[in-house]
Design a protein around this ligand. Structure first.
Ligand code: NAD
Length: 684
């Protein structure tokens, strides 16, 4: 232990400290620490580390290292504020006769704060995600010859493992489940049987009820609720409460104030860890395209950790930078998940050039093997028998199926199309992706990509519409394929006539939507209203509420939209123009549909297939105010297709336009206004 002579809250490195700077009462702290020391002294011998001025947190000796038998693994504090403690601990350990071990590299490890021995199970619980880095877990297993179980801390209030977990005598485990991520809770549950787990609630956790010193059948702690005392009592423990609220102000309590000197190695222990790592390289305009930031965010978000091993910074705006990164994850499957996201950003595994992709047979029709690689929108290649094979039908959220042979082939497939025995790519090895990286000086890309910086504000709408018009004219001249996805709002906002005009003038090669766009377009064509509202006068008409049903009824009587046009019943509007111009359309059903129209495909698998067929080969897709159908189409569209999403809700636009590729652009505006502006810009 270390007396609180210089203890205080002098800086903020955890949420408990916030608002408590200089608010510690030295008198109280001293009295509480002294009382706590006396309680412990009833059961154990205590050694002392001399306090040092300027190191107010050294009172929390648990963080100084981890001791096992005569070996001391020295901490390397994450925050500069605590780094001065290291030499004090090192000197003390040496003087006390411990063999001091330093973990390799420059990676944070905060001692018993994050590494708790569970002697009954012969393992070491080690936290990561806040202070201790996952990268040291394997070295810790090796140095102490222990099985390490890595747990990810997910709540910054519980920034050290010892604030939310404590192994107790007899195989009990006291823990606060909400402090961990789902995978870690699952690990705890797999290792510790239900009857040995004592999960505490929010208010006990906030009083640091997991931060206890356990000596035999005694648990010494700041405070426990009556319920927790009962549970601990049933488990055979005697709770000794001793107030430590002055230390709570700095985010510490009983366990933090104590470092165990007498940890014993469990019998027959063997070093093991589930932590896995891989080295990747990422190249391109890493800084101004934000690629490096995205890569790093991906690793952290997905629960991994990274170390940049080399970084060659391109000196000019146009030059390319290159980073080599070591990526670490708590398990093979987590690592694969992180790597597949990094591959989508264009990263390459350093070893990927030497290894073929791992192919496993689908265990049953419609079922992929565990650990399947989930495809992205980016052009992908898979390494089969030493050669890189391009993946056909690229799309998001599929799997990659390989047909080996003299000339191997690979394609994206959906679960439902898998047949038992199909060879599916698993893991993240033997895969590479070409992500789009913006080239600031690359001609046509630049023309469109300047919009791709994200979602357009009102101010920029005019400019963006001008660019979309330019793009559409270009594709029409080149006989390209423009697909429009549209929702009924197009009709309600008076945009129907503009969309009809685009179709008539050859700007649309396929139309995708749901029942509603067709119903409202046809209602307007037949009865002059959209959902019973006269769009010219902007007012509801008498009995207008049944107009859309009447429109559906008429088309049903005719047998379908095409038949209604052929019979001379439907003579204007969006769908009339489609039929007249031979533009294919597909209407996908939904639970909201009235009727439906005979053309609406209520078998959603068939509808998805139909959409996929019409989207294939698209050069540009205009998504007009239908969240449902636009997102559906976004998922089946590979990178490289120009995407323009128009919606009044910025969240929808962001979701669709933020595909990590610069061909997509979002416009937050009223779709009726957008279409009218677009027609002006096209000079129609
Ligand atoms: P959706 O909620 O998926 O999308 C509507 C989008 O329009 C939203 O993103 C919204 O922000 C946007 N929007 C609203 N006002 C706008 C404006 N003025 N300008 C630009 N954007 C605007 O709904 P959906 O695609 O219309 O319908 C979902 C499904 O329900 C579809 O399959 C549709 O066919 C069906 N539906 C059927 C009926 C019917 O049969 N009577 C009626 C409505 C919807």
């Amino acid at each position: 232990m270390c007396a609180p002579a210089f203890y205080g809250v002098e800086y903020v490195i955890n949420p408990w400290m916030a608002g408590n700077i200089h608010r510690v009462s030295h008198e109280n702290a001293l009295a509480q620490w002294e009382q706590f020391r006396q309680r412990l002294a009833e059961f154990v011998d205590i050694e002392f580390l001399d306090p040092a001025p300027g190191l107010p947190d050294m009172v929390f000796t648990a963080n100084g290292g981890l001791l096992l038998e005569k070996k001391a693994v020295l901490s390397r504090f994450l925050y500069r504020e605590r780094q001065g403690e290291r030499d004090h601990f090192r000197r003390w350990f040496k003087r006390a006769g411990y063999e001091v071990a330093d973990l390799p590299g420059d990676i944070p490890f905060e001692g018993e704060g994050d590494a708790l021995l569970d002697p009954e199970r012969g393992l070491l619980w080690v936290g990561y995600g806040m202070r201790t880095d996952l990268g040291v877990h394997p070295a810790l297993a090796e140095a102490l010859n222990l099985r390490v179980v890595s747990l990810r801390l997910a709540d910054e209030r519980f920034y050290h493992l010892d604030t939310c977990l404590c192994p107790l005598t007899g195989g009990w485990l006291l823990y606060y489940p909400r402090a961990f991520d789902a995978d870690s809770i699952l690990q705890i549950e797999q290792i510790v049987p239900c009857e040995k787990r004592i999960a505490i609630g929010d208010s006990d956790a906030a009083a640091f009820a997991c931060n206890v010193v356990n000596i035999g059948r005694h648990v010494v702690m700041n405070h426990a609720s009556p319920e927790l005392k009962t549970v601990l009592g049933h488990a055979g423990f005697k709770v000794i409460e001793t107030p430590l609220d002055e230390f709570l102000k700095a985010g510490g309590a009983a366990k933090c104030l104590v470092l165990h000197l007498d940890n014993h190695a469990p019998p027959k222990s063997v070093a093991s860890t589930t932590v896995r790592e891989s080295v990747i390289t990422i190249e391109g305009h890493l800084l101004h395209a934000g690629l490096l930031e995205k890569a790093v965010d991906t690793v952290i978000e997905k629960g991994g950790s990274f170390q940049v091993m080399h970084f060659d910074l391109g000196k000019q705006q146009s030059s390319v930078s290159r980073a080599e990164m070591r990526v670490v994850a708590a398990s093979e499957s987590r690592l694969n998940s992180i790597l597949s996201h990094l591959l989508a950003l264009g990263a390459k595994r350093v070893s990927a050039h030497e290894i073929d992709a791992t192919l496993l047979p689908a265990p049953a029709d419609g079922v992929a093997p565990e650990d399947f690689y989930a495809s992205t929108i980016y052009p992908t290649e898979v390494r089969v028998a030493g050669a890189w094979v391009p993946v056909a039908n690229q799309r998001m959220d599929g799997v990659v199926v390989v047909e080996p042979g003299i000339k191997p082939a690979a394609r994206c497939a959906l679960f439902r199309t898998l047949r038992k025995g199909d060879l599916v790519v698993t893991g993240a090895g033997g895969l590479r992706t070409r992500a789009k990286s913006p080239k600031p000086d690359s001609g046509a890309d630049h023309e469109f990509s300047f919009m791709g910086a994200g979602v357009s504000s009102e101010r920029r709408v005019d400019l963006v519409v001008e660019r979309i018009a330019w793009e559409m004219r270009r594709w029409r001249e080149q006989k390209g394929k423009i697909v429009v996805v549209a929702g009924p709002v197009v009709i309600h906002t008076g945009g129907g006539e503009h969309l009809a005009r685009l179709i008539r003038d050859g700007y649309v090669q396929a139309l995708l939507g749901g029942n509603a766009i067709a119903v409202h377009d046809i209602e307007q064509a037949l009865l002059g209203t959209s959902l019973g509202v006269d769009l010219i006068r902007g007012a509801p008409v008498d009995h207008g509420h049944r107009h859309h049903l009447a429109a559906i009824n008429t088309i049903r009587r005719c047998g379908g939209i095409r038949q209604a046009v052929e019979q001379g019943i439907l003579t204007r509007g969006v769908f009339f123009e489609c039929v007249r111009a031979g533009v294919p359309f597909s209407l996908a059903g939904s639970i909201r549909d009235d009727g439906p129209l005979p053309d609406t495909q209520m078998d959603l698998i068939k509808a998805q297939d139909d959409y996929t067929r019409l989207v294939r080969g698209a050069d540009m897709i205009l998504m007009l105010s239908s969240m449902l159908h636009s997102i559906g189409v976004g998922n089946m569209t590979p990178a490289g297709v120009r995407l323009a999403c128009i919606d009044i809700n910025p969240a929808v636009v962001t979701k669709l336009a933020d595909r990590g590729s610069l061909e997509s652009v979002g416009v937050v505006t009223d779709v009726g206004l957008f279409l009218s502006l677009l027609l002006q810009r096209l000079a129609l």
